[in-house]
Design a protein around this ligand. Structure first.
Ligand code: ZN
Length: 206
């Protein structure tokens, strides 16, 4: 399959409440597709074979002078090196404040007896597949793809339902060899109430 952005190398579909993890080479593009619409992902990445250099939302906001990233925005690491460029984005609505849902958070905010894994727990398992210790998972590294959170003028914030429709996507071109991982979030207030899968398509450049 060929598109304007290149040739599809492979794709991974990740079900809600589970994770996906993979590597990507410099120049390849990752397209994240909201298959049914209304779904949020906790997405992380780090330099391949070096978990000490990771996606950093705070520095990316600083470099771009904005917290809602755009097509053309560079996503940078904690050392300010470009990791990704956003090459297409159907909605432009994502959250870049960092932080994951977790079983700890589910116990605190939802049900003290809840044993369900959150995104942080899933991502720790994802990194373990590559022999990476949990302490390398940084809150500031979480790019909340498709999450619709608004900062309000009175200083509060408000989580809203995602605006994504079925088939909407964001495309990220890798600027170095990377490891990426994702947890497809089932936190009740950030998706549209019916968690659904996301598809991750990796394209080789033309
Ligand atoms: Zn989550």
């Amino acid at each position: 399959m060929t598109s304007l952005l290149g040739t599809l190398a492979h794709s991974i579909t990740v079900q809600p409440g589970t994770y996906g993890v993979d590597t990507i080479k410099q120049g390849q593009t990752l397209r994240i597709v909201d298959v049914e619409g209304g779904q949020v992902a906790d997405f992380i990445s780090m330099k391949h074979n070096d978990p000490t250099e990771y996606l950093d939302c705070a520095y990316t906001n600083m470099v771009n002078d904005r917290w809602r990233w755009l097509q053309g925005s560079r996503i940078v690491s904690n050392h300010l090196n470009p990791l990704w460029t956003i090459t297409d984005d159907k909605t432009g609505v994502h959250f870049t404040g960092g932080g994951f849902c977790s079983n700890d958070a589910r116990k605190k905010f939802l049900n003290p007896k809840d044993e369900t894994k959150g995104c942080r727990d899933c991502l720790e398992e994802a990194l373990a597949e590559y022999g990476i210790e949990p302490h390398f998972l940084q809150s500031v590294s979480c790019f909340n793809v498709f999450m619709n959170l608004e900062y309000l003028p009175n200083g509060s914030w408000q989580a809203k339902e995602p605006v994504t429709k079925a088939g909407d996507y964001i495309e990220l071109r890798a600027e170095m060899d990377l490891l990426w991982a994702v947890s497809v979030c089932i936190w009740p207030f950030v998706s549209d109430g019916s968690p659904s899968p996301l598809r991750f398509e990796i394209y080789n450049p033309l």
